[in-house]
Write a protein that binds this ligand. Sequence first.
Ligand code: 5AD
Ligand code: SF4
Length: 440
Amino acid sequence: MKKYMIQTYGCQMNEHDSEKISWILDGMGYELTDNREECDLIIFNTCAVRKSAEERVFGQLGELKSLKRINPNLILSVCGCMMQREDIREVVLKKYKHVDVIFGTNNIHKLPQLITRHLESGKTIVDINEENREIEEDIDANRKYSYKAFVNIMYGCNNFCTYCIVPYTRGRERSREPEKIIEEITLLAKNGCKEVTLLGQNVNSYGKSLEKKYTFSDLLKEVNEIEGIERIRFMTSHPKDISDDLIDCFRTLDKLCDQLHLPVQSGSNRMLKAMNRKYTREDYINKIEKIRKINPDIAITTDIIVGFPGETDEDFQDTLDLVKEVKYDSAFTFLYSIREGTKAATMEDQVPEKVKHERFQLLLDTLYPIGLEKNERLLRKNVQVLVEEVSKNNDNILNGRTTSGKLVHFPGSTDLIGKIVNVKIDAVKTFTMEGTIVES
Ligand code: 5AD
Ligand code: SF4
């Protein structure tokens, strides 16, 4: 059997795309391996959101040149967001001539024919589809876990935040038909799936591209009715599109997890405007207050960019103050990275790297104690945990997540994997907790 590997960079959307690619390759008779040396096919599913991720891909491609020399039959393929950019494709074609197949985010389904075309011609095949971004419904996915799954509900983004490359790589917003989504989740539930994460660049605007009036809250309500599904999560939300109807779902829908990822990006109104985020810090805080009124235990997480062009010490202080006010459970923090083709790339007053790094450290120093404090609130409490897997370092320890998305380690046997158990929290750290299983 031919062997393959997929190296995935970036967000959950890419992770799920790789699960789809894996399903296609299974159908072609390929078998997964974690050993590069024995691969017949290596695919890089790339991310274009920050330069650092791009540089890592180029580094890896460079390294693979020698592997290709040893194994000339090895097929090397690059896909994902980086390949949606013409300038990057040109670099790959010019500098990494050992790459055999290049495809984009809209033509994953064509992979079998692209590989065949390469094998027949011996040439580098490039297939990018920018015009027709219709949703391909006929691809299934090889999911990593049977009890939790990512489900795409929409693709693309219309927001054009000035720092972000996504609207250029993933195109305009397209929602999947609700019937297709419900069908997919019902089938997953029948096969033992308990937790779904609904995926999209901005899930709150789900439905806007559909013919009938149907909103994200309508979808959540329907998913909540699916027998067998016990937990619903979603990623990512835009603060400007969090409706009262959606906030109310946290009260009315028993399966909706106590977790909301709501990227704020900055606490400075001046920066939010320059970022084209279309909300103020006051609007944001107001929405958080509304949500916490409904459920004070909901874990709020966020994305923050440090060093956006023109960010002054005062702007950055506004971000630190907002972090202290909102009290995030955790946050993904990013150094602003120039993305050619976006509006912010040409803005004046780019912040020096040294200043960015100093602010980044200050931000972490502010976030971590708050995260720890949030976790301490769970000490000696009983929480429901979906058991996910055996710990990497200790066979007797299991890992799982609370409905608020927190990672818990506890002793237990492998037959509990995929089940929801009651765990008493005995100790907490900034990013993890330890506990023991108790009777519910
Ligand atoms: N530089 C740094 N961070 C970025 N993000 C998006 N574009 C950039 C960029 N150019 C971050 C945002 C977004 C997350 C997925 O990545 O915080 O929410
Ligand atoms: Fe990028 Fe903004 Fe769209 Fe998110 S909402 S994908 S940050 S443009």
